[in-house]
Write a protein that binds this ligand. Structure first.
Ligand code: ZN
Ligand code: ZN
Length: 416
């Protein structure tokens, strides 16, 4: 047992690990499992590994990485290194995918890890890595394989979230938040999650039946944006199904109901309500203006260059690939904590994502080519970056093709 785990009992952490395996990845008998973990949270990765074997996994590979040595590399390696990506790393994913792997990623990033690193190195290397790993990421985003993200505190992350506490106290607090937000604090987290999944069904069905033509968001921060919705768009929430119909939860926790807007029909201004933590940089004060789906003007009060790198990455990174509804009463929002981590912050607030859309955001989308998806209004890009813009005074209106309107969210809460 790691010494940084003080208050949380081993039983609670094992329940959490088991939840990630059973509800997140939904590991089946004979399944091959890949766990991606920082070396610092090896103690938790090992628990997940044991749970996966308990659930019947035939083998578990652990893909270890280390943020601190990655930082040193970005600071000190020769410049041309960041224009090379080893083929064996691509082949490894290909072989895992062919074995029918499910992927469990344990997130524990230091939000400031890449402060001071040359942004051009980060941009070049991430663009290269994303394009080399496109086949694998396409399978993931189309839910052709099962995958899940969960989080574990690191001292650097915990201190960023709770700077007024000592490192040990901050770790305990962040563990508390993660366990509660993940609904892993009771005796039967797996049972709790089955109920949680059910709680989304009626609202998701209603939104899918309505087939709104437009969705308009307004609030006092200055957001006034209208999103055109593609024909046969699909809202999802509370979990997904893979290509064989096996349920899984890509994110633990999850509080959102999401779809994709039409890549050509977004107009207006959106002002972010939370900073965006991206590749070890914190982008604050994001303010975007859209015309015909495209970002035509943008600014940020800090790390604007990082925002520019995101928006200018490729053809599709100046357009939207996701719209997600999250009520103010989300248990994560009620923690009134900025987590500097998308997995947590996106479940506290309505959000949009720049870049690639999930193909399943329209009916039958998983079986369409990129070109067919583009023609249907579904965006494609090498990146998918969520940013939060929800507030307690958010108003969201659904507008039908005949012009009639229905309020969906008022004062930050669902009204349907
Ligand atoms: Zn989302
Ligand atoms: Zn997203």
């Amino acid at each position: 047992m790691n010494t940084i785990v003080k208050k949380e009992t081993e039983k609670t952490l094992r329940n959490y690990a088991n939840l990630v395996v059973k509800i997140g990845a939904n590991v089946q008998k004979g399944q091959f499992v890949v766990i991606t973990s920082k070396v610092d949270c090896a103690y938790f990765a090992r628990m997940v590994q044991e749970s996966a074997f308990d659930a019947g996994a035939c083998d578990v590979a652990i893909n270890w990485h280390d943020e601190k040595s990655a930082r040193t590399k970005f600071l000190r390696a020769d410049d041309e290194v960041f224009d090379e990506y080893p083929e064996w790393m691509v082949d490894r994913h290909k072989q895992w995918d062919e074995k029918g792997a499910v992927y469990i990623s344990i997130i524990s990033n230091d939000p400031d890890n890449f402060n001071g690193v040359d942004p051009s190195r980060l941009r070049r290397f991430s663009k290269l890595a994303n394009s080399k790993n496109k086949a694998h990421s396409d399978l993931t985003m189309a839910n052709k394989l099962r995958w899940t993200l969960c989080a574990v505190p690191s001292p650097e992350w915990a201190k960023k979230v709770f700077p007024e506490l000592t490192e040990d106290e901050a770790m305990e607090r962040l563990w508390d938040c993660i366990i509660k937000a993940s609904r892993a604090d009771g005796d039967d987290p797996v049972g709790e999650w089955k109920k949680h999944r059910e709680s989304f069904v009626d609202r998701v069905r209603y939104l899918n039946e309505q087939q709104f033509d437009l969705i308009r968001f307004t609030n006092s921060l200055g957001t006034d944006i209208t999103l055109g919705m593609p024909k046969d768009h699909v809202w999802k929430g509370g979990g997904s199904f893979d290509k064989d119909g096996i349920p899984f939860n890509p994110n633990i926790p999850t509080e959102e109901i999401f779809s994709a807007p039409d890549r050509m029909r977004v107009d207006g201004r959106v002002v972010a309500s939370l900073p965006l933590a991206y590749q070890g940089k914190l982008v604050e004060g994001i303010d975007l203006t859209f015309e015909n789906g495209k970002i035509v003007d943008f600014k940020a009060s800090s790390n604007q260059e990082t925002l520019a790198n995101i928006i200018e990455m490729d053809e599709g990174s100046g357009r939207l690939g996701e719209v997600a509804l999250v009520p103010s009463s989300s248990p994560i929002n009620k923690m009134k904590t900025l987590f500097y981590n998308t997995l947590y912050d996106e479940n506290a607030s309505c959000h949009l994502a720049i870049g690639k859309a999930y193909p399943n955001s329209i009916k039958g989308g998983a079986d369409l080519s990129s070109e067919e998806l583009l023609n249907r209004g579904i965006n494609t890009s090498l990146i998918h970056v969520d940013f939060m813009f929800g507030t307690a005074d958010m108003k969201v209106v659904g507008i039908r093709a005949d012009g009639s309107e229905v309020v969906i969210i008022e004062g930050g809460e669902y009204v349907f």
